[in-house]
Design a protein around this ligand. Structure first.
Ligand SMILES: [Zn+2]
Length: 160
């Protein structure tokens, strides 16, 4: 049976800007070692919004799609986590499932000139793609980080 604690992690205690395990009594420099690790659900929700999946305070992205090497708030490393083609795949999946029903529905009832159709729909799809792509990447990076999924460069290096 899956419990809520397993999905969202154990509830932590706030100490400064960190959330720590209830039994944690170490000093601030060592506090990261016993920092509560969120469950996949909470981490993915943070990543979807562009925040650090570990603490939820720092930004996950330094640029549009470039993730930070270290979280500015909790110093969790993210530079080694790679989502590769998963983010574009998820983006295409979502944009296609949103755009196509709208196009079919609108084109069925509104008969506008052809040039309007070939202008509006690509712009709509492009805008949606640009909006969803960083969120998809944040979601997938967080999922990879939270589940400690193999395939990250760090794990590959440790295996060699
Ligand atoms: Zn962080």
């Amino acid at each position: 049976m899956i419990s809520w604690q397993r999905i969202f992690g154990t509830p932590g205690v706030r100490r400064g800007k960190f959330t720590v395990s209830p039994g944690c009594h170490v000093s601030m420099p060592e506090i990261q070692r016993c920092q509560t690790r969120p469950g996949p659900g909470a981490a993915m929700w943070r990543g979807l919004r562009g925040f650090c999946p570990a603490c939820g305070n720092g930004k996950l992205f330094a640029a549009y799609l470039k993730q930070v090497d270290l979280c500015s708030a909790c110093h969790e490393p993210f530079g080694h986590v790679r989502s590769d083609d998963a983010a574009p795949w998820l983006t295409i999946l979502v944009v296609g499932h949103i755009t196509l029903p709208i196009v079919v529905s609108v084109e069925r009832y509104i008969h506008w000139p052809f040039w309007v159709s070939i202008t509006v729909w690509p712009v709509f799809a492009l805008g949606l793609t640009l909006a969803i792509l960083p969120r998809a990447k944040g979601l997938l990076l967080s999922a990879i980080w939270a589940t400690r999924a193999p395939g990250s460069e760090r794990e590959r290096e440790s295996l060699d």
